[in-house]
Design a protein around this ligand. Structure first.
Ligand SMILES: NC(=O)c1ccc[n+]([C@@H]2O[C@H](COP(=O)([O-])OP(=O)(O)OC[C@H]3O[C@@H](n4cnc5c(N)ncnc54)[C@H](OP(=O)(O)O)[C@@H]3O)[C@@H](O)[C@H]2O)c1
Length: 324
């Protein structure tokens, strides 16, 4: 089978497609034939080992058996003898977990991995992209932002993978949503439910005063300091991207009444991710959430997919399709 791997850290050209033996599932595992996997800024960070801390997981001097790709869509090809949750032929989507390995023709997963059956109408590529955006956005909107009916929520980077899902979830929880994006994405974010749209290239959302209960910076381009005055008393600022300032604030809680939070959603327990994936299926079936897929690349163009993601110009999700 083919895997996407690399023997050194660096730019997209370090990625190579290599042939390796197909894995066999243990008695408590399923073997999934991967149809598509998502490519995200997190994958690019792993590929480059930037930030440096990634080397402690991926290999200090050079990557050790690194196969990128966390979120997949695929088909169950075989099941171990003790498996009851899945059957051969099930079409699934979800996260393979922090061990990665989704960028391959096949991957073995534990029965309790954060993967679920795909509802009708969701193809493998859409599933792979949505799994990433949703498993990031949901903990921020529900658990950190505690978004509830009537809240005024601003999403910065509303057309990003994480942003498009956060916007839909905030609407689902009954909030009034302001989306910040460039003008080319205004129509999309309105269609996803935004009540107001701010064109980030002509207006500065941080100039607002006492306006929002939650500001979620899905792309981590702002700071709590700059956004604080735009929050209402008791308001919460959330960011996906770590910085010294947000860690300092979380440690010292220097601004009573208004809080800034970072969450590391990828590190949540698999059981919590699985529960959320099951909830995602219900949300999809209710029409509360939909996937936004930008480009689909064939496997041979995986480096091109990485290059495109690194432009930080994509709209929703980018996926690589194994059959392409
Ligand atoms: N904390 C965690 O656990 C966690 C988990 C997963 C991901 N992340 C991080 O979350 C971030 C978002 O990931 P993603 O995959 O959703 O991003 P993405 O899809 O790659 O973001 C692309 C979008 O960002 C927007 N954008 C670019 N520059 C901007 C700026 N200066 N201000 C506002 N928007 C800008 C662009 O839209 P417009 O042109 O419309 O502005 C573009 O469509 C990444 O940094 C990722 O590493 C964190």
């Amino acid at each position: 089978m083919r895997i996407v791997t690399q023997s050194r850290y660096g730019g997209p050209d370090v990625l190579e497609i290599r042939e390796v033996p197909r894995p066999a599932p243990k008695e408590n595992e399923i073997l999934v034939r991967v149809e598509a996997f998502s490519v995200t800024l997190a994958d690019c960070a792993f590929r480059k080992a930037d930030p440096f801390i990634i080397r402690f997981f991926g290999g200090l001097l050079r990557p050790k058996n690194l196969v990128l790709g966390d979120d997949i869509g695929g088909v169950v090809e075989a099941v171990g003898s003790t498996i009851t949750r899945f059957a051969v032929g099930d079409m699934i989507f979800g996260s393979v977990g922090s061990g990665l390995g989704g960028g391959a023709d096949y991957v073995c997963l534990a029965e309790d991995a954060a993967v679920v059956r795909r509802p009708a109408g969701l193809d493998a590529g859409q599933g792979a992209g949505l799994s990433y955006g949703y498993l990031t956005a949901m903990p921020f909107i529900r658990d950190e932002g505690l978004v509830k009916p009537g809240d005024r929520v601003l999403i910065n980077g509303a057309a990003s993978s994480v942003g498009v899902v956060a916007l839909q979830l905030a609407r689902h929880f009954g909030a009034e949503v302001t989306a910040v994006c460039s003008a080319r994405h205004a129509e999309l974010v309105r269609a996803l439910g935004a009540d107001q749209v701010i064109d980030r290239t002509s207006a500065d959302f941080t100039a607002a005063r006492d306006a929002y209960d939650v500001i979620f910076d899905a792309v981590g381009k702002s700071s709590f300091g700059r956004c604080k005055a735009a929050l209402r008393t008791g308001g919460i600022y959330l960011t996906t991207v770590p910085s010294v300032a947000i860690f300092w604030h979380m440690l010292t809680k220097r601004a009573p009444g208004k809080r800034g939070r970072l969450a590391t959603t990828g590190l949540r327990p698999v059981s919590a991710k699985l529960k959320d994936m099951q909830e995602l299926v219900a949300l999809l079936e209710a029409g509360a959430v939909r996937a936004v897929t930008d480009r689909r690349f064939p496997l041979a163009e995986v480096a091109e997919a990485h290059r495109y993601v690194e432009t930080e110009r994509k709209t929703g999700d980018v996926v690589v399709e194994m059959a392409g």
